[in-house]
Design a binder for this molecule. Structure first.
Ligand code: PLP
Ligand code: ZN
Length: 456
């Protein structure tokens, strides 16, 4: 296991910069300045605050609460300035001081620094004054999961693991498979047996062993706990979860930097386990603590599919417990977690920030996928459809006001869920003036004209 006070040599640091596609800060950032004060203090229980040493552990031995990484923000603040960030290469490691690895890894995929685009057509259509889309359809394996996986994989290497694994609702499988390939690790990914074929094929392509499990995600997750213990594998979202979850904070850092070191009024994000949603908020708190952005009351709006909406249901009912959804029924497989690990924290965040958690019917999700693609040229997977539909719902209910500046996280690419775009469309050929699939036409202008003019 590496220690926090180990500072890479000049050669190592230079090597990291030249070899690593994702880029690295020019200097090591652990324990710099007046002595070996550590930037990463260890792990800490989110509930009882008990400290634990850094290691591949995720649950508090005293109260069974989840463990989180604990930083000395004063140490991070010494080197993480706006100017320093601007001078660094693109990618998630430009925010190294707030990530739980000792140094930026020498190898790995080019993750992060995805576009933050102003939705000048979709925004007005939804009645939102200013709408930005964080386009994470463009990460190496086409979803935001490359962010948490890059961090967990880097830690797995530091801990000396040789097998990278995960319990996945789909996108994580591809992200783990690709990260393992890039780092020379073996990958085992556990997925629901009825997962979309595009997601299975994607993970297979990187050389992973894909293990389909005939059960729900929650059952796969329980199995993964046992496999992690018995086989000693690094499950990114099980025994490496404290590190994995931190990777999603980079979305918050990139949003703030992309807005010129400002915060928006509202952030809208999809919720499966709730890690992404809650970690974006934590990332913002850290930026404020470091003085990188001015504090502002950001409202957090979460998005879940109505067919698997345990957090949205608790929010709607004003409940303080989350009733698990035993059998999710939705086209949004990527968000089909019936018993979300961070569900209660997500609920608290939506309430405390005066946001909401929206439950979105599948028809609205499919329509939102088409609308986003047609208005902005971004083809999202189902989680992105849920998010855009949630913007619309929250605007209608007044949680989002007409003049609010809103950032919506589009977290996955539509090529992973090709069937969903047609969901709810009538199975009939498109006419000459409407978007859709035309009937097959013989290769003659006469045949084309008969359809094109005849259909009017
Ligand atoms: C595309 C996409 N967006 C969002 C999420 C939600 O992530 P979390 O489990 O951190 O809530 C997932 C989870 O698998 C996903 O695949
Ligand atoms: Zn505890």
């Amino acid at each position: 296991m590496t220690t926090e006070t180990a500072t890479p040599t000049a050669t190592e640091t230079t090597g990291a910069r030249s070899m690593m596609a994702a880029g690295a800060p020019a200097t090591a950032v652990t324990g710099t300045g007046d002595g070996p004060r550590a930037r990463i203090l260890g792990l800490r229980c989110r509930n009882c605050r008990r400290p634990e040493p850094l290691g591949p552990s995720y649950v508090c031995p005293a109260c069974f609460g989840p463990l989180e990484v604990d930083y000395d923000l004063a140490v991070a603040a010494r080197t993480l300035t706006r100017e320093a960030v601007a001078a660094r290469p693109q990618g998630i490691w430009r925010y190294l001081e707030l990530l739980p690895v000792d140094a930026a890894p020498r190898r790995g995929l080019a993750v992060g620094s995805t576009p933050l685009v102003e939705a000048t057509r979709l925004g007005p259509e939804l009645g939102v004054g200013r709408l930005w889309l964080k386009d994470d359809t463009r990460n190496p394996t086409l979803s935001f999961k490359d962010r948490p996986v890059a961090v967990a994989a880097a830690r797995a290497v530091e801990f000396g693991f040789e097998v990278l694994a995960c319990a996945s609702t789909g996108n994580l499988a591809g992200a783990v498979a690709a990260a393992a390939a890039a780092l020379g690790l073996r990958a085992y990914v556990f997925v629901p047996a009825d997962l979309e074929p595009a997601k299975v094929d994607h993970a297979l392509a990187y050389g992973a062993t894909v293990v389909p499990i005939e059960g729900t995600y929650d059952e796969i997750n329980r199995l993964s706990l046992e496999v992690a213990d018995e086989e000693g594998w690094a499950f990114v979202n099980v025994n490496l979860r404290p590190y994995y979850a931190e990777g999603s904070k980079t979305l918050a850092f990139e949003i703030a930097e992309g807005l010129g070191w400002r915060l928006p009024d509202v952030i809208v994000a999809p919720i499966a386990s709730g890690a992404l949603f809650t970690k974006v908020a934590r990332g913002i708190d850290e930026l404020v603590a470091l003085g990188l952005v001015e504090a502002r009351a950001v409202r957090f709006v979460g998005a879940q599919p109505a067919g698997c909406a345990p957090v949205a249901s608790a929010f709607g009912a004003g409940a303080d417990v989350i009733a698990p959804v035993r059998t999710p029924e939705t086209i949004v497989r990527s968000l089909a977690i019936g018993s979300p690990a961070d569900g209660l924290y997500a609920l608290e965040l939506a309430r405390a920030s005066r946001g909401s958690i929206e439950a979105v019917p599948d028809e609205a999700t499919a329509a939102a996928i088409r609308r986003l693609a047609a208005s902005e040229g971004i083809f999202a997977e189902t989680a992105g459809g849920v998010t855009i539909a949630a913007v619309e719902q929250a605007r209608r209910s007044g949680v989002i006001g007409p003049d609010d500046e809103v950032v919506a996280l589009v977290t996955g690419n539509g090529v992973k869920t090709p069937d969903a775009r047609l969901f709810g469309l009538e199975a009939r050929p498109a006419g000459p003036d409407e978007p859709g699939l035309a009937p097959p036409i013989r290769p003659s202008y006469a045949a084309f004209e008969a359809w094109y003019r005849g259909g009017r």
